[in-house]
Design a protein around this ligand. Structure first.
Ligand SMILES: Nc1ncnc2c1ncn2[C@@H]1O[C@H](COP(=O)(O)OP(=O)(O)O)[C@@H](O)[C@H]1O
Ligand SMILES: [Mg+2]
Length: 241
C-alpha cells in the first residue's frame, strides 16, 4: 500500500473492512427477523455466520497490528480473571462445564495492559471451553511466581494434545482438526495471545496430557504498586472472542 508501513496497512485495511462487514451482519440479522422459507433462512444463516467469522478475523488482525501499542500499569489480577470468567460463563453453562477460579492472593497485581490481559484470558478460557469434553471442567488459578512474576494457569479436561500437535500450536491460522470437527474459530487466538504476552514481557507455555487435558500458563511481570480502581463500563461491551 504505497507509503504505508505493513503495520499501518494492516490496521487501515482492518478498519476499512469493519464498516461494510457490520452492515452485512446488521442487515443479515434484520432479514432473519422476516418470515422466510427454510431455504432462505438457511442462506441468511450462512451470511451471518460468514460475516461473524470475517469480523473476528478483522478484529484479531487489527489487534495483531497494534500489539506494540500498550498502556502498561498496575492491574488487579483477581478482577481481570473475574471479569473474563463472568463473560465466559454462558458458554461454559451451554456445554455443562464446571468453572473453578482460585486466586491465592486477592491483592495480586500485574504490571501489564489491562485490556490486553483481558484479551489473553478470554482467548485461553474460550479455548478451555470449546476444546473440552461434555461435563468436563476448567480451572483458572493465579498465584505469585517468585519475587517479580505472576502466573495464571488455565486448565481444562479436554482431550489434550500430542507432542506433534503441541508443536503446531501458536502458529497463526493453525486449527489442528478443529475446523473439520466444526468448532468455531479463526486460528488466531493463541498466536495473538502469545504476541500480546511477549509484548508485555511475559510468556505463555502449554503442557498437555492426551486424554486428560491441557494447562496453559501465562507468566507476567508483577507490579509493586497497588492495582488501579475498578474500570468503567465501556469494556463490559467488549464481548467474548
Ligand atoms: N485448550 C485446548 N485444548 C485442546 N486444543 C486446543 C486448546 N486450545 C487450542 N487448541 C487447538 O489449537 C488451535 C488454535 O487455537 P486458537 O489459536 O485459539 O484458535 P481457534 O480457537 O480460533 O481455533 C485450536 O483450533 C485447537 O485445535
Ligand atoms: Mg481460540
Amino acid at each position: 500500500m504505497g507509503m504505508l508501513s505493513d503495520r499501518e496497512a494492516l490496521s487501515r485495511a482492518s478498519h476499512e473492512l469493519r464498516t461494510p462487514l457490520n452492515a452485512i451482519l446488521g442487515f443479515g440479522q434484520l432479514l432473519a427477523l422476516d418470515p422466510l422459507s427454510d431455504g432462505q433462512r438457511h442462506s441468511v444463516e450462512q451470511i451471518i455466520a460468514g460475516g461473524r467469522h470475517l469480523l473476528s478475523l478483522v478484529e484479531d488482525l487489527l489487534d495483531l497490528s497494534s500489539v506494540g501499542e500498550l498502556s502498561i500499569g498496575p492491574v488487579m489480577v483477581a478482577e481481570e480473571i473475574a471479569h473474563a470468567v463472568a463473560l465466559s460463563r454462558p458458554l461454559a453453562a451451554e456445554r455443562s462445564l464446571a468453572v473453578d477460579v482460585e486466586v491465592l492472593e486477592p491483592t495480586l497485581t500485574a504490571h501489564v495492559d489491562a485490556r490486553r490481559l483481558q484479551q489473553i484470558l478470554l482467548n485461553l478460557i474460550s479455548n478451555a471451553i470449546k476444546y473440552n469434553r461434555p461435563g468436563g471442567s476448567l480451572t483458572v488459578h493465579a498465584r505469585p511466581d517468585g519475587d517479580d512474576r505472576v502466573s495464571i494457569e488455565v486448565r481444562d479436561t479436554g482431550r489434550g494434545l500430542t507432542e506433534a500437535e503441541l508443536a503446531r500450536l501458536f502458529v497463526p491460522f493453525e486449527r489442528l482438526d478443529a475446523a473439520r470437527r466444526g468448532i468455531e474459530g479463526n486460528g488466531l487466538g493463541l498466536a495473538l495471545s502469545r504476541a500480546l504476552a511477549e509484548a508485555m514481557d511475559g510468556t505463555i507455555e502449554v503442557a498437555s496430557t492426551p486424554d486428560e487435558g491441557s494447562v496453559f500458563t501465562l507468566r507476567l511481570p508483577a507490579s509493586s504498586q497497588p492495582g488501579t480502581p475498578p474500570r468503567g463500563t465501556e469494556r463490559q461491551l467488549a464481548g467474548v472472542a
